[in-house]
Design a protein around this ligand. Structure first.
Ligand code: ASP
Length: 438
């Protein structure tokens, strides 16, 4: 059994947290490859080291950054002292200071959080430290190169019994440091798991897995026991955070499961993310997620249905304006395009005139401040009446449904409601599937 274990920032925010992590790693021999984030928040108002680094880098050149860098060094020193380690990061900080003053790039700056934490972690565990710049490759345009990375990483880890590989960054062939987007250590964990053909990728964080819905909307929601990659993709896209949305791709190719675990409650089973499973979800639906801030562009034209190329011409206008669309529900003579309001607003007039020119609609109107809710579940395919239950719950809650879209996968139903009905709608759907089931 071979496991890759990734620990998030809050799991590594202090020496105490490091000790919990050490215990977890030593509890199982199979936990051989460790991917740490940078130290995160120790308490709600605290600042993540990554944010301190961005801030410090931005200040470099306009002011003396000694004070800001010392504050960051202090965060590591507290951990080093708390663990009773002999490590000194002085030389590293001297290099960082020069690099910041020379403006080598904000990606380099941010990456130092993980890099330094990797050094501390390796010393604490007495594992080999492998700089991610050596094994995670981006191409000359700064785009992650999965296949080259896989080759290099595989080769480097061959015969390495235990290693610490910092998350979040890699490098171009010329050595320029490049980071993933925020939360990207999750991706590094996946990349390592793929390279070593791990049996399991454990992603340790500060919650005991994915919740069926947002705890800010529903109090104390149930935890999802098992979820498929595809379900997770739908939920993450619609706003469920916990795991970086791009962390799934490297594992999908190999069918490696991910277990989301809680560093502060290691006994909890957490959520298992798998390629596919016979295990049915407990509640027909697996999860509910959603986002506010969408806008619908409703286009009507008599005989639209017989006008070949209508949809393409409309969508081309969005393409030419650099706007991606979310959904396109259509009727016989109607065609609606749902987009992110914030993206659309700047280009609004140019899109409207573009559509007029392209397809000469009879009417074109806009409806703003819409929310989209995704009700996701592999169990829906085999169950009758899921849509019926959703809509009767929404009507009982006095929510007017503006749009419905069931993907051909029958994995999710997307519902559009007014922004102000969003929370009520999510609660109503949760209640009908989860509460009435308990
Ligand atoms: N430290 C980085 C961030 O705060 C990456 C990560 O934690 O995954 O986004």
């Amino acid at each position: 059994m071979k496991k890759v274990v990734k620990f998030g920032g809050s799991s590594l925010a202090s020496a105490e947290q490091f000790k919990k992590v050490g215990e977890i790693i030593h509890a199982e021999k199979s936990r051989r490859y460790v991917v740490p984030s940078a130290p995160g928040k120790r308490f709600p108002k605290d600042t993540k080291v990554t944010d301190m680094l961005y801030d410090c880098y931005e200040a470099a050149g306009t002011m003396d950054i000694t004070g800001k860098l010392n504050a960051i060094a202090q965060r590591y020193q507290e951990i080093i002292d708390g663990l009773g380690l002999e490590v000194s990061l002085d030389e590293e900080f001297a290099k960082i200071k020069t690099a910041f003053e020379e403006h080598v790039g904000s990606d380099y700056a941010a990456s130092r959080g993980e890099y330094l934490n990797g050094i501390v972690m390796a010393a604490y565990l007495e594992y080999e430290f492998i700089d991610a710049a050596e094994v995670v490759r981006f191409d000359e345009d700064g785009v992650f190169d999965p296949e080259t990375t896989n080759k290099i990483m595989k080769k480097r880890l061959e015969g390495v019994e235990h290693a610490v590989i910092p998350g979040f960054y890699g490098a171009l062939e010329d050595g320029t440091i490049k980071t993933f987007s925020r939360g990207g250590s999750d991706i590094t964990g996946s990349i390592v798991a793929r390279a070593v053909c791990a049996d399991l990728y454990e992603n340790w964080t500060d919650v005991s897995g994915f919740l069926v819905t947002d705890p800010h909307i529903v109090e104390d929601p149930e935890t999802i026991e098992t979820i498929t990659y595809r379900e997770l993709r739908e939920l993450s896209y619609m706003g469920a955070t916990v795991l970086h949305a791009d962390a799934i791709f490297p594992l999908r190719q190999e069918g490696i499961p991910i277990n989301i675990k809680n560093t502060n409650r290691p006994q909890d089973p957490g959520t298992l993310i798998v390629e596919s499973t016979c295990r049915q979800p407990r509640f027909t639906i697996t999860g509910i997620a959603g986002k506010k801030g969408f806008c619908a562009i409703n286009i009507e034209k008599d005989q639209m249905n017989s006008e070949i190329g209508f949809g393409r011409k409309v969508l081309q206008v969005f393409e030419e304006n650099g706007i991606s669309f979310e959904h396109v529900p259509s009727g016989i003579d109607t065609f609606t395009v749902l987009v992110h309001q914030s993206e659309f607003m700047e280009k609004e007039q140019s899109v409207i005139s573009g559509i007029h020119r392209a397809v000469h609609p009879d009417t074109l109107d806009l409806e703003s401040d819409l929310a989209l809710i995704a009700v996701v579940g592999r169990g829906m395919r085999a169950t009758r009446g899921t849509a019926g239950r959703i809509f009767s719950a929404l009507s009982h809650a006095n929510v007017n449904v503006k749009m419905i879209d069931q993907g051909s996968s029958e994995l999710n139903i997307i519902i559009g409601v007014k922004n102000e009905d969003f929370e009520t709608a999510v609660k109503a759907i949760y209640d009908i599937f989860v509460l009435t089931h308990l």
